[in-house]
Design a protein around this ligand. Structure first.
Ligand SMILES: Nc1nc2c(ncn2[C@@H]2O[C@H](COP(=O)(O)OP(=O)(O)OP(=O)(O)O)[C@@H](O)[C@H]2O)c(=O)[nH]1
Ligand SMILES: [Mg+2]
Ligand SMILES: [Zn+2]
Length: 139
């Protein structure tokens, strides 16, 4: 696994001793790949090792982060679901479960700030992925 253009398919071909996977040029401006590989493929080497070549993992990366958010911040996510308004911004609304939890100490300020920071990064990444997909004509 690795970002597009790092050479996963090149390495796969090398280990197999033949050109099985197509490899692609990288962009001049930022050295990133073009998502040459679009499917996963399993190979068995002569020595019995198994190797799976995968597409560049931008999308998988964010999937992992989103799943991780649900695991690591289950308490925070549960609180946000108890707010009166489903689009609560947790800043000034009445009956906001987050504001209440911050007040009574159930949720620490540090944990809340940490959640907001990672959520912001997650949003930024998925918006970037969506823009890339549109630009690459994958939508
Ligand atoms: N100089 C050099 N070029 C490499 C090396 N590994 C890969 N390349 C080149 O980098 C480019 C991208 O390699 P790929 O193997 O297609 O990259 P990938 O990780 O499979 O990319 P995706 O399939 O898009 O996820 C190709 O032009 C390769 O020839 C290396 O070790 N040295
Ligand atoms: Mg590849
Ligand atoms: Zn709220």
């Amino acid at each position: 696994m690795g970002s597009s253009g790092v050479g996963k398919s090149t390495l796969t071909n090398y280990l197999l001793g033949k050109e099985v996977m197509e490899t692609g040029e990288i962009r001049e401006d930022d050295s990133k790949g073009h998502h040459t590989t679009t499917h996963r493929q399993l190979f068995v080497l002569d020595n019995g090792s198994r190797i799976i070549d995968t597409p560049g993992m931008r999308e998988l990366g964010m999937w992992v982060v989103d799943a991780g958010m649900e695991n690591c911040f289950a308490d925070v996510i549960n609180l946000t679901m108890r707010c009166k308004f489903s689009n609560c911004t947790h800043t000034s609304e009445p009956c906001c479960a987050i504001i209440e939890a911050l007040k009574n100490g159930t949720l620490t300020d540090a944990r809340w700030k940490n959640y907001l920071k990672i959520q912001k990064e997650s949003k930024y990444q998925s918006e970037k992925e969506n823009r890339n997909k549109k630009r690459n004509g994958k939508w």
